[in-house]
Ligand binder design. Structure first.
Ligand code: AHR
Length: 674
């Protein structure tokens, strides 16, 4: 009995021990891990980070431009959307009035030679007689790009071209989406003689109310035939007055991009060469631009946002333009190297347009468009993702020779990895694109550790986590990208430039997922990937400090340290960035060597991007669910202990020397910029 009791006691005890061990083990899974980050902040150890490291890549994809940053409200303003080889398509214009009242078709009678299609409205009803028009008239309306955003008190410039066989009485109005409500309107009248030839009409409408889903109507109650062409409605209030949506470009400005690559991407290549972006068709007066069908992302663009406007946007953002041009290669057809010279000349002409003397052939067109000073074009990229294509290397050499000869200072970017310095493929930089899952992206923090430092530098012009890890813009994707970017920052002697892709998506036409900024006619938000980029907005031109992670029990954290002068308060900081990609918190000891005593202020700030669930996303209803959160960091010193939350990206900003930290009052705040 006794022994049996004893053995029972032992086994209960053993059970207790086992339970304890299991519990302990379980507890350890969720216990904090520890690590030490040693930073060398001595002046001698720092390495300069390129002035241009972090920038943006704008592609006309997802209606990023047409129906996006370009503020034009009318979609298909010239009725050309069918393209040159297909019957014209007036979509999304619609007819107001039944077939017995109005007959609408296109013809080729426009006064614009490069875009001959006009809209012919044969009005069969009248204000009197047998066939009376409805009181609101008959005509056409344009709903814009999924509704026009009209805001009370704002001014909208409406321009169109009109011709008429009879006296004209045309009402132009901004209404609700169903034609009801009058947000603003004006009536244009005149005799048949006044409008017998094409006449430009221009007026300013002031909105009486706000409606995010408005439409533009042109209606009449007078019998006769009217032609319309190049109908435009633009808000007057645009970014620096240059035609861009201020809210969307404002988000770009917050990233402090040092360059902007444009206009693609596949958009530059086209499925077929006939549909590729060709700069000459996108410059000059907007009314005369033919527009084109982008057959990769499958929508029409009027090319109001053309080559000139891209250069202007770069200037307005204080970012260097990086122009990507077609090299005679599309997704499905390509020009033989022996016949590529017209494309080479087109590229040379494009460079002359950007920076030639205002008296030169193409420089004078730029001057006529209002920019006599040259644009600061220093980089061009020959094609996009074309390295594997049969004619690319041959074509590339023709471009390289011609551009190097005419513009020796221009940096030329190849689609092929030229880091091996192969003689037949000279390049100043080479394009590197990566779209992958979260784990793989995070592991690429080391991708450039062993890259040759002798050859051309890498331009990581497109990167993003895609697939199920990304959702439509998850925290998980953003954290993996943050790890990758930390690796690029630390390897910025091999990587010259980096930009996320794609930049924008109009939520009504999601052609590629995920994206950095999501918008519709009036709303917008940044995905967590957008916010990650803000952590690096002070990195370009900063100094990289030597750093190493030691004694870490986790391989799920990466870190970097920089020192920089803030573009906001001009004070000097050390910024330590840490990505914790794992599920455990990490107790991190930070040891900063190489600093004079008392050279850090006692308090700094910490900014954390994290969320309850790693798949959390932002949305129109919760645009700030996953955004950086800043708080005061106390007890700053050369040796300090911090806790890095699981699944997070944190930056610690330490103010150097006698600078005063401007963080009084609120101890914690959600950030709209870092
Ligand atoms: O960023 C979306 C697309 O991905 C780009 O057009 C292309 O370059 C890449 O394949």
């Amino acid at each position: 009995m006794g022994s049996s009791k004893a053995s029972c006691t032992v086994s209960l005890f053993q059970l207790f021990i086992v339970v304890c061990l299991v519990f302990q083990c379980f507890a350890r899974v969720h216990a904090d891990l520890s690590a030490t980050l040693i930073v060398n902040a001595s002046d001698a150890s720092g390495k300069p980070i390129p002035e241009t490291l972090f920038g943006i890549f704008f592609e006309e994809i997802n209606h990023a431009g047409a129906g996006g940053i370009w503020a034009e409200l009318v979609s298909n303003r010239g009725f050309e959307a069918g393209g040159p080889n297909t019957p014209s398509n007036i979509d999304p214009w619609s007819i107001i009035g039944s077939g017995s009242l109005i007959n609408v078709e296109t013809d080729r009678s426009s006064c614009f030679d490069r875009n001959k299609v006009a809209l012919r409205l044969e009005v069969l009803c009248d204000s009197k007689g047998d066939n009376i028009c409805p009181a609101d008239g008959v005509g056409v309306y344009n709903p814009g790009f999924w509704g026009m955003n009209i805001e009370q008190g704002k001014k909208y410039k409406v321009v169109f071209y009109v011709r008429s066989t009879e006296s004209l009485n045309l009402t132009v109005s901004l209404t609700g989406s169903n034609g009801v409500g009058n947000l603003a309107s004006f009536v244009i009248t005149g005799s048949a003689l006044d409008f017998s030839n094409w006449t430009k009409v221009e007026t300013l409408l002031v909105a009486k109310e706000t409606n995010h889903n408005s439409r533009l109507q042109l209606t009449t109650t007078t019998k006769g035939v009217i032609w319309l062409d190049q109908v435009s409605a633009m808000p007057l209030d645009t970014y620096k007055g240059h035609g861009f949506r201020s809210d969307l470009v404002g988000m770009l400005a917050d990233l402090k991009p040092k360059f902007i690559r444009f206009p693609g991407g596949c958009f530059v290549e086209g499925e077929w060469l006939r549909n590729a972006f060709r700069w000459q068709a996108t410059v000059g007066p907007w009314e005369e631009r033919p527009g084109h069908f982008g057959d990769v992302w499958m929508y029409w663009t009027d090319d109001g946002l053309g080559y000139f406007e891209f250069l202007q946007l770069a200037e307005d953002l204080d970012a260097l333009p990086i122009w990507v041009f077609n090299n005679g290669v599309s997704h499905n057809d390509q020009v033989d190297t022996s016949a590529v010279l017209p494309f080479v000349q087109e590229a040379l002409d494009g460079i002359e347009f950007a920076r030639g003397d205002p008296t030169s052939k193409w420089g004078s067109l730029r001057a006529d468009m209002g920019h006599p000073e040259p644009f600061d074009l220093r980089y061009v990229a020959v094609g996009n993702e074309d390295c594997g294509k049969k004619n690319y290397r041959g074509n590339y050499l023709e471009f390289f020779k011609a551009i190097r000869n005419a513009y020796p200072d221009i940096k030329i970017i190849s689609n092929c990895d030229g880091s091996s310095r192969s003689l037949d493929h000279p390049a100043d930089m080479y394009d590197y694109h990566v779209y992958t899952n979260a784990n793989d992206m995070f592991s690429r923090a080391n991708a450039f550790d062993r890259t040759s430092r002798d050859g051309p530098k890498a331009f990581v012009s497109e990167y993003a986590v895609t697939g199920k890890d990304a959702g439509t813009g998850s925290l998980l994707a953003a954290l993996a990208e943050a790890g990758f970017l930390i690796g690029l920052e630390k390897n910025s002697d091999a990587v010259e430039m980096v930009s996320y892709a794609p930049l924008f998506v109009n939520a009504n036409d999601r052609r590629w997922n995920p994206d950095s900024i999501v918008f519709n006619s009036f709303q917008l938000y940044g995905t967590p990937s957008y916010w990650v980029q803000q952590f690096f907005s002070e990195s370009s031109g900063a100094t990289l400090l030597g750093s190493s992670l030691q004694a870490t029990s986790s391989n799920s954290i990466v870190a970097s340290a920089i020192t920089f002068q803030s573009s906001v308060d001009k004070k000097n900081y050390i910024r330590i960035k840490v990505v914790n990609f794992g599920t455990n918190a990490v107790n991190l000891k930070i040891s900063i060597a190489g600093l004079e005593p008392n050279s850090l202020q006692l308090s700094g700030s910490q900014t954390v991007l994290t969320s309850a669930n790693v798949m959390d996303e932002n949305s129109f209803s919760q645009p700030k669910k996953v955004v950086p959160n800043q708080s005061l960091l106390k007890n700053v010193g050369k040796d300090m202990n911090v806790t890095v939350p699981p699944r997070s990206f944190t930056s610690f900003d330490l103010l150097k020397e006698s600078s005063n930290l401007k963080m009084t009052g609120h101890e914690s705040s959600s950030r709209s910029s870092i």
